[in-house]
Design a protein around this ligand. Structure first.
Ligand code: ATP
Ligand code: MG
Length: 420
């Protein structure tokens, strides 16, 4: 073992398990790619102000969980804790919203960083695939995103998850509710940390998991009773579209998300096999965020799904993804001359599109065949001096165990014609 270990709260993705992570990322991205979302990639760090937006409402993600650093040049940067602000920043910077084709629909996949207390399903470095639809206020867009996430999870074979849905109101009705809630919360017996939260993000107190807090929240004013007519109508439309699509959801009037910029539609995907870290993904509408970061009014909606927790959800449901072996042919040379000849064949096969690997390091037949087996390759080609003298290689079907000589100059065409 080396003296270095992965930093606390992080882990490495290594074969063979890493293949599952890749497959999960691809499965989440697939429905987006087919629904008009274009790929966006932004830096792993941003100027800290992009996430810490002045005073007013704030969140644990910004105040406690963000990794910040000062560069040698004096810039204040933050490792990105989430994707939405970066993607919106990038879209605004490139004037994508002025091209006259709103909404701008983007998807992304990458690493995110939060200084959290590490535990199962909660890491300091984790991975999300996300989608943002920027610049349109249309309940069908909210519904589209929820339907596509549902489709992604189902394509992985997951079924033990639920969709929680709520509306957080807009800039008309939310402040009225916020005042009412703050008034109620200030009358409760709460610790100092939570009292501070009443000022900066009172809705988040509703989400407190502690029983002694939940007990006191009985009778708290609920946002549902404060929604303005426009928000109510919008929410009903989203609900109706989901119902028509056959996507089941649960109304959860206490659902608030960890980020401060959500308005109207908010949702979370929870998986029932994950214990405390049950949220596998979440998102919602953020109609005010563009203006918060200096852009024009651009009502938008998006989500981010956690890759790490989705993999844990697969494990919880006992699902093994059907990942085809990456290698179809494995070449085993016996001796110097065979190494040169077979290496040439391997290069030709690869150029012909056949996934091929090679036994490196001058191994004997036994060790090399063990590796051939491990590679999952359907075929092995083996050649020693005598084979070469006869102008053939031995082609072995690893499934049936059958072996036959094939002319050296026909081996590429023969293998190309075989089913992978
Ligand atoms: P939680 O309430 O569990 O802290 P969150 O509300 O902070 O989640 P979001 O910011 O909405 O999560 O991120 C979307 C998804 O990213 C989450 O549903 C989860 O699957 C994943 N995620 C968030 N934080 C972490 C983390 N520290 N480790 C692993 N996955 C995470
Ligand atoms: Mg969190």
């Amino acid at each position: 073992m080396s003296t270095f270990q992965a930093p606390k709260g992080t882990y490495d993705l290594l074969p063979p398990d890493s293949a599952t992570y890749l497959a999960v990322r691809e499965a989440i991205a697939a429905p987006l790619k087919k629904s008009g979302y274009g790929y966006v990639e932004t830096p792993g760090f941003e100027n800290v102000e992009l996430f810490a937006r002045g005073v007013g409402e704030s969140t644990d993600i910004v105040t406690k969980e963000m990794y910040t650093l000062t560069t040698k040049g004096g810039d204040e940067l933050a490792l990105r804790p989430e994707g939405t602000a970066s993607v919106l920043r990038a879209a605004l910077e490139a004037n994508l919203h002025k091209a006259g084709n709103l909404p701008v629909k983007l998807w992304y996949s990458g690493s995110y960083y939060r200084y959290e207390r590490p535990q199962k399903g909660r890491y300091r470095h984790f991975s999300q695939v996300g989608a943002e639809a920027i610049g349109a206020e249309d309940p069908a867009l909210d519904a589209e995103l929820i339907i596509l996430a549902d489709q992604a999870y189902r394509s992985l074979g997951l079924s033990d998850f639920r969709i929680l849905l709520n509306s957080l109101g807009d800039k008309e009705c939310r402040p009225v509710y916020r005042d009412a809630l703050q008034g109620f919360l200030r009358g409760l017996d709460l610790d100092e940390d939570t009292r501070r939260r009443i000022d900066i993000n009172p809705l988040r107190v509703l989400d407190d998991k502690r029983a002694e807090v939940q007990k006191q929240l009985v009778g708290a004013p609920m946002l549902r009773d404060y929604l303005c007519d426009a928000c109510k109508a919008y929410h009903e439309e989203v609900r109706g579209l989901l119902q028509a699509a056959g996507v089941a959801f649960e109304d959860d009037e206490k659902l608030v998300r960890g980020l401060d910029y959500y308005t109207r539609t908010t949702f979370e995907f929870v998986h029932d096999g994950l214990g405390a870290q049950s949220a596998v993904g979440g998102g919602g509408r953020y109609d005010g965020l563009s203006e918060m970061i200096g852009g024009p009014a651009l009502p938008s909606v998006g989500w981010a799904l956690g890759v790490d927790r989705t993999v844990l959800a697969l494990e919880a449901e006992g699902i093994t993804l059907d990942i085809p072996a990456s290698t179809s042919v494995y070449a085993v040379p016996l001796g110097e001359e065979a190494r040169r000849v077979l290496f040439g064949v391997v290069t030709e096969l690869r150029r012909a599109g056949v996934a091929t690997d090679f036994s490196f390091g001058g191994k004997g037949l036994k060790g090399a065949m063990k590796n051939a087996n491990r590679s999952g390759a359907r075929y092995a080609i083996v050649a020693g001096e005598r084979d070469l003298a006869e102008g053939v290689v031995q082609l072995k079907d690893m499934e049936s165990g059958e072996q036959e000589p094939v002319a050296l100059d026909a081996i590429v065409a023969t293998l190309q014609a075989k089913p992978a």
